[in-house]
Design a protein around this ligand. Structure first.
Ligand code: DON
Length: 319
């Protein structure tokens, strides 16, 4: 059963206690074999479904791990949160809110209907439409320059150089007709200025960056720490950008399940179809998890269980 709620005190328990609870959360959630691996990106179907890693990074730079927390997987939609932060950093709060939006669509992440229902507006940066529109906003003279800015920026969040998984990238690039349609539909509505297919290609590359559960924890802890990576000490984005990113994650990070997520876990989070989830507790730290079996909305089943356990046991819940 989940651990009882530890009432939030404004600080985490001591190092040994956090370490012990990370191991306990991993053992607790490992018992579940529910969910299915994503197969619509063919390369993802080849992953070992039993892999399971849990990590917590604290804003003082301590990193705790259990299980397969150092196994690399593609970041997928979790990239959307960090690219969004980089774009607000460059363009500002107002411009990005107007172009990309902050409201939940109530529909799945790859919905075309949501675009049609909203007069072509992408609605928020976490669904594919909004993420493609956000990637297209990264200031750059070419798609290559845009990609380089994203790879460098996400690497700064992680505190190490993140590399592309070429097999995942080509597998998705060969099968992403739907995302190309979304990009072209946004162009038809005048919601994207850059070449939409080039933007979709950069988006596909950003989704194919390899991370570990421990990387996700550090990336999330950078947002928890007001934009400063607590391991490297580098300021990656301003404190107000970190705040804006977390606010939009709270309402849209788990798509049409975002309300349930906030109700159960009480923290902003972002999931990806490879099985990663990052969850951020402002001022305290972040949880990174990886387990490939997903619920019907595309969110890791074990990842959600371990995150709920830790949110409760560590008193991370903001409510
Ligand atoms: O665009 C896609 O479909 C994937 N590259 C990312 C989707 C994703 O991770 C959805 N999240 N749970």
């Amino acid at each position: 059963p989940p651990a009882p709620h530890r009432i939030s005190t404004g600080s985490l328990p001591g190092w040994d206690e956090v370490d012990r609870l990370v191991i306990e959360a991993h053992a607790y959630a490992k018992a579940s074999t529910d969910g299915e691996i994503a197969t619509y990106i063919p390369r993802l179907a080849a992953v070992d479904p039993e892999l399971f890693g849990v990590s917590v990074a604290e804003v003082d730079g301590a990193v705790h791990t259990a299980g397969d927390a150092e196994v690399a997987f593609s970041i997928q939609s979790i990239s959307k949160a960090f690219v969004y932060a980089l774009v607000i950093e460059r363009l500002g709060h107002e411009a990005v809110r107007e172009r990309v939006g902050v409201n939940n669509t109530g529909l799945p992440f790859n919905s075309v209907v949501a675009i049609e229902l909203n007069n072509g507006h992408p609605m928020n940066p976490m669904v594919n439409a909004g993420a493609i529109a956000t990637t297209a906003l990264v200031p750059a003279a070419s798609a290559e320059e845009r990609w380089a800015a994203i790879q460098d920026g996400l690497s700064a969040f992680a505190g190490r150089r993140l590399e592309l998984d070429g097999e995942v990238y080509t597998s998705e690039a060969d099968t992403n007709q739907r995302n190309r349609a979304i990009g072209t539909l946004l162009q038809a509505y005048g919601r994207i200025d850059a070449d939409p297919l080039a933007a979709v290609d950069v988006y596909t590359r950003q989704c194919s960056l390899l991370v570990t559960a421990a990387d996700l924890a550090v990336m999330g802890a950078t947002l928890a720490d007001g934009g400063v990576n607590p391991v490297t000490g580098q300021r990656v984005v301003s404190a107000s950008v970190a705040r804006d990113t977390l606010a939009v994650l709270a309402s849209t990070g788990l798509y049409e399940r975002s309300g349930e997520w906030l109700f159960e876990i009480g923290l902003p989070g972002k999931s990806g179809v490879a099985g990663g989830i990052v969850t951020v507790s402002p001022g305290k730290g972040a949880i990174g998890v990886f387990s490939p079996r997903l619920d019907p909305a595309g969110n890791s089943v074990r990842g959600q269980l371990a995150t709920r356990f830790l949110s409760q046991a560590l008193g991370l819940d903001v409510f």
